[in-house]
Design a protein around this ligand. Structure first.
Ligand SMILES: [Mg+2]
Length: 186
């Protein structure tokens, strides 16, 4: 199977980095549990952009800790012959730092794309499954005929509960939930 995998809030707990940046720069608290929708209405667009830019600096990218089991599960998919496309909505300038991070955590993949046209690229590459926390990306993937899966967060709980995408609280469980699907495709 051809699998596209997001980075932020999918391979690591991005929210802590983002909320830290927002608190430092603007003095605003953004509790994780309070973020129950994808839109961030408490911040101006410029503030969101500044915080996101900070989180994609070389230092912050390098400091990310992968979720428990994430690397093992993805590597087991790669080992089984599935195509792994890592895709992140982050500027191309973060490509080198992201490559170094993936190498440092030991994640095996076939290609990496840092850009703001994730779904277009997924379609061009013939992706069949998108693992991504964003309900917007997941809905878009479903519309393009892809399957969707995610680590469950407050902002995608409702979509997972709808049964339209596969969700799990953590990577080992997500790996188990996707195993039948991947086994059939192998
Ligand atoms: Mg994400």
């Amino acid at each position: 199977m051809r699998i596209a995998i997001d980075i932020d809030s999918t391979l690591h707990h991005y929210w802590d980095q983002f909320s830290h940046a927002v608190r430092e720069q603007f003095g605003i608290d953004m509790p994780y549990e309070g973020q129950t929708s994808w839109g961030i209405t408490r911040l101006e667009l410029d503030q969101i952009k500044a915080a996101v830019l900070y989180t994609h600096s070389d230092e912050v990218v390098a400091a990310a800790e992968p979720y428990d089991g994430a690397v093992d599960v993805v590597n087991s998919w790669h080992e089984a012959g599935h195509y792994i496309h890592i895709t992140s909505h982050r500027s191309d300038t973060a490509f080198d730092a992201t490559t170094r991070w993936l190498e440092a955590i030991g994640l095996r993949y076939d290609d990496l794309h840092c850009s703001f046209d994730k779904l277009t690229r997924c379609r061009e590459l013939g992706m069949e499954l998108l693992v991504d926390d964003s309900p917007v990306n997941l809905e878009g993937a479903l519309e393009l005929g892809m399957m969707g899966a995610t680590i469950i967060h407050p902002w995608n709980r409702e979509l997972v509960a709808s049964g339209r995408v596969i969700g799990a609280a953590a990577w080992p469980e997500l790996g188990l939930a996707l195993a039948p699907l991947l086994h059939r495709a192998a």
